[in-house]
Ligand binder design. Sequence first.
Ligand code: ZN
Length: 512
Amino acid sequence: MVTGRAGAARLLVLAALLATAPAKGADEGLAASGRRMLADVRALTSEAFGGRRAGTRGADDAAAFVASSFRASGLLPAGKTGSYLQPFSFVDGATPGPGNRLSAAVGAPVSRGYRLDEDFRPLALSASGTVEADVAFCGYGIASPETGYDDYAGVDVRGKAVLVLRGGPGGDDPDSPFARHFPLRAKLDLARRNGAAALLVAPARGDALVSLRTDFDVEPSALPGVSVRRRVAEALFAGSGTTLAALQARIDGAAKPAPLPLPRARVTLAVDLVPHRATTANVAGLVPGRDPVANRQAVLFGAHYDHLGDGGAGSLDRSPSRRIHPGADDNASGTALLLELARTLSRRRGELKRSALLVAFGAEEEGSLGARVLAGAPPVPLGDVAAVICLDMVGRLPREGLIVRGTGTSPRFRDLVASAAREAGLAVRPFDPAWGPSDHAVFLAAGRPVLFLFTGYHRDYHRPSDTADRLDVSGMERIHRFLEVIALRLLGDAEPLPFSRVPGDGVPARAR
Ligand SMILES: [Zn+2]
């Protein structure tokens, strides 16, 4: 149990902290672990941290808060050069330079010039450079092995400018089986892997150009890419015997690709961008295992601490003014659970054979950038990471129970999850596949056994109303007990944890 040895001194400090917090009925009836987690959620969601958008001071302050909590729990620093922080920079937008051009010739020697911001706009993650190329239409620019759908099948796009639509067949619903392929950087990467020379992206619905502030990555793409209006895309089909609208309707209707070379169309494209770089950090701490052999292996426990700041990219808020998005469930809840797990494991370090690596990831909302940076420069070699357990949005436990994805990624996981749930008195909904749009997907792609804990979406998701008072902290206490049982089992022995790939969970490794 969690509450076992909380010292009197700590309780006094806690009482002093809580005395300054606003009086809340929610505190009553909570165990010590619940009160500590609620205090951490309140700190992380406080106005001082401004919604924790990666690249802002609020996120830096939140990272420092996590680091000081790791230090107070006695974790060893596992970041860069003796610190808890693993800083990294990323592209969070771009400014157009003077040299952006797009023109197209369709079945005629005379080309038509288009206007920047009226007809086209470079994608924020585009490479700068000039391309002159024939055009091929490739549907939504998606190849999805898990559904057998491939917009590039049977069409040679080497050296061509590929025209694709945003979103996926049937819409851009986040629950679509194609959702993981919606990000523009995924479409840029796939076009590049297929040998394309450039990417043109047209809206599937509406007619907006893509903003230069909606896409993020650690590095820009190596491929030039622009977003174009519908009329620019439609014009490339002149003389082809069909239209963009007709092909889109065909793809949407049958969820079947309909790629089409457009040999009459030739585009000339010049992209001239100055990328913006922002910096943020992962926060990493280690509880070393006691077994001199097994402690080279680690189990990674991760939760992202960043959120959406005062709105902008990723926000679902429709109000005209910017408001702080506190992100209590997403993901102050997971961060608070991680900090409580740090206290628990530190107290019970004598029982650990393997080491525990605890990581609060930065820039998850920008596309799991922190997880990708960590996987590229891991504090423990990835081959020695026996399992990865990620928490993202675990503050609103529904009656049906906690969602646990990834029980099929190692043969031990089904029994482990079931027995830990019994011991913790927690209802769980296990799913064998692990994939989902969060940090754990990075480690799944790297072939690590992965469990992902999640209490579900709700109407406050990515809105300013995702506040601390709406969390179910007693549910978080139960999730913590469950997590504690799992952690102590996985850390307390050195039994191998083989990885198994769940059919349909086959995430292609990203190009980078
Ligand atoms: Zn989120």
